[in-house]
Write a protein that binds this ligand. Sequence first.
Ligand code: MLT
Length: 245
Amino acid sequence: MASLDYLDVYFSVQSFNEEELRGKSAVVIDVLRASSSIVTAMSNGARKVIPVEDMDAAVRIARNMDPNDYLLCGEKNGSKIEGYHLGNSPLEYDAETVADKTLILNTTNGTKAIKKAALANRIYVGCFLNQNSILEALKEHDDAIVLICSGWQGRLSLEDTLFAGSLISQMCGGKLPENTKDGVKVAFGLYEKFGGNLEAAIGSSDHAKRLKELVPDGDIPFASQVDLFDVLPGMKDGILINLNG
Ligand code: MLT
């Protein structure tokens, strides 16, 4: 059985420090909803995504760009930011809206996790929608790998941990080797328990409940689909591009 001793899982943006990622590869996960929006946007032809940690950074970057080329995107505490072109629902990121555009994306936890992973050798963005692309990319690695669940303001998120568990389950063929880190065991165990009905599990999460009051219902079933898109968002010089493009 393949060993997974090179793999770890972090459960929130606040649960690691930047230096821990030096020399490792990272998959940043924010199923609801930043990863799902990034993957959908790239599948629908967005040229690149610039993740930022706050509104000031978004405005600074936009100031130096042609207004026809970019869209300001994102949310604060789940709601679209006033004055932005798009919120953070993957359903907003259709081809008509995002094709050939640069998206400047600012979200509560997801883009902060991506920025905080800056010292990693490689940074990918993953969710159920592009699971296979992530698995294929990870096969190429011989460095340590960390699955970074963005969580919610320092807390664990069920949906992100479930996706980490789904990746782990695929990587070990559904049988967890003995010599694994605690985070890997926890994510795998969660997936074993709830992976049979992803939409129901994700729909029962704390963040799904928060979003219920704020956004249309479609986001949860959409983000629960596995392998809808063959895109691999990867970081190059601070900008996410589709490495499968
Ligand atoms: C985040 O970054 O925390 C999320 O993507 C929030 C959301 O859009 O629901």
